[in-house]
Design a protein around this ligand. Structure first.
Ligand SMILES: Cc1cc2nc3c(=O)[nH]c(=O)nc-3n(C[C@H](O)[C@H](O)[C@H](O)COP(=O)(O)OP(=O)(O)OC[C@H]3O[C@@H](n4cnc5c(N)ncnc54)[C@H](O)[C@@H]3O)c2cc1C
Length: 373
């Protein structure tokens, strides 16, 4: 049987100086009162000033070539920066999707014009993105999307609706998966395509969905006769499924699938030293190695979809268990800020194992990777 997760690679000493710099920056930002640690900060803590402060240090668009305004750094260096930001609960939601997912996708599939249009702005912390995959009846079974792209003179007319679109009310553009050819019963994955849609385009309407905690991260996005020029077709018409699945390794394996509740774990260490805390610290340490190993594989352009699924299943279960442990181990004497952090962790927990593909679906991906299905 092959390895489920690639071997760890790279010497941590080579990135130690960078890690220290990020920690110093975060300590300065906190001391200056620019942020307080948040749970699930990569989804819910949108702070464009903080994003620009990161960009000023060259910590956005790290893997973007300098000709497109980026910094020619490695995935592994980006991994170190993002891991530190998440561990500190820093407000990184504004740029998260653009920097994590749109950057590698544009570098792989984007035209020169698209790279020039978006990459410099992403690297400056000025251009933000959303993901338009899910629809009211298409989540796990994404191939069943009903949004359509119809060929018209000079481009494509898009009609349909998307749901759970995080950040669409604040982002500039989103990447839309649409059906551009009728369903072929012998190959349902054919006939799908992706489009880069600017969210201020005529015909795009964004409506809020308020979550049970009262916050606004999600949206419904309605697309009515939205005209997308050929220059905004992403990749190749008809290859949308291959493109989406190649993006998913970037979406599923990063430290944000492990560290959403790390500020709770860090806080607990000051209050408790029992065996449950030890178990959680051990799980996080192992997941750090696994997630770093996938970053190394992506750097070497190796396939990492199964490994990414393993990280996501184990990582999102662990971050949920941390939220639960924080609630169980915290005494009545704890202060209000801490209680609020614990409640946020519990409120956000159901989403951890859903977003980016549910754990049930990912177990199927892993089973296939092991040759069991
Ligand atoms: C916090 C959060 C942020 C999100 N942000 C975005 C976003 O920005 N853009 C976007 O496009 N989407 C986003 N999503 C949507 C997310 O990708 C979907 O919720 C997810 O893919 C599941 O789809 P669904 O909600 O339609 O559930 P369903 O697919 O209806 O699944 C419901 C339940 O049935 C189970 N199930 C379904 N099929 C099977 C099967 N074949 N075998 C076993 N079990 C099965 C699932 O595991 C799940 O438990 C977000 C979701 C969350 C929670």
């Amino acid at each position: 049987m092959g390895r489920l997760v690639p071997p760890t690679s790279g010497d941590p000493a080579t990135t130690a100086a960078l890690r220290t710099k990020v920690r110093e920056f975060l300590a300065d930002q906190r001391a200056a009162g620019h942020y307080t640690p948040r749970v699930d900060s990569w989804l819910s803590a949108w702070d464009e000033d903080f994003t620009r402060a990161l960009a000023d240090r060259g910590w956005l668009g790290m893997t973007v070539p300098s000709e497109y305004g980026g910094h020619d750094r490695s995935f592994v260096e980006r991994f170190v920066v993002t891991e530190e930001l998440l561990a500190a609960g820093a407000p990184v939601a504004a740029h998260w999707i653009a920097d994590r997912q749109i950057v590698p996708s544009l570098l792989k599939y984007g035209t020169d014009e698209q790279k020039e249009k978006y990459l410099p702005g992403i690297s400056r912390g000025e251009v933000f993105f959303g993901i338009g995959m899910s629809e009211p009846d298409s989540g796990s079974d994404l191939v069943s999307v009903r949004t359509t792209g119809t060929r018209v003179d000079g481009g494509w007319r898009i009609n349909g609706s998307k749901v759970w679109t995080s950040g669409a009310h604040q982002a500039h553009a989103f990447i839309v998966l649409a059906r551009t050819a009728p369903v072929d019963a012998t190959n349902r994955h054919a006939g799908l395509s992706q489009f880069l849609v600017d969210l201020d385009s005529p015909g795009v309407q964004v409506r809020p969905i308020i979550s049970m905690s009262g916050e606004h991260h999600f949206n419904e996005v309605f697309l009515t006769d939205v005209l997308v020029p050929d220059s905004q077709v992403f990749g190749t018409i008809g290859q949308g499924w291959e493109q989406v699945t190649s993006e998913l390794s970037f979406e599923r394996s990063g430290p944000e699938r492990v560290l959403s509740t790390f500020p709770l774990l860090a806080g607990l260490t000051a209050m408790d030293n029992g065996p449950e805390l030890g178990r959680l610290v051990g799980r996080i340490a192992g997941l750090h190695q696994m997630s770093a190993a996938v970053a190394g594989a992506l750097e070497r352009r190796e396939r990492a979809d199964v490994a990414a699924a393993v990280v996501k299943v184990l990582g999102t279960s662990t971050e949920g268990d941390i939220a639960e442990a924080a609630a169980l181990l915290t005494g009545d004497e704890s202060d209000d800020d801490w209680k609020k952090l614990v409640h946020t962790g519990l409120d956000q927990r159901p989403g951890f194992t859903l977003r980016g593909g549910t754990n049930e679906i990912l177990r199927g991906v892993i089973a296939r990777g092991l040759g069991l299905r």
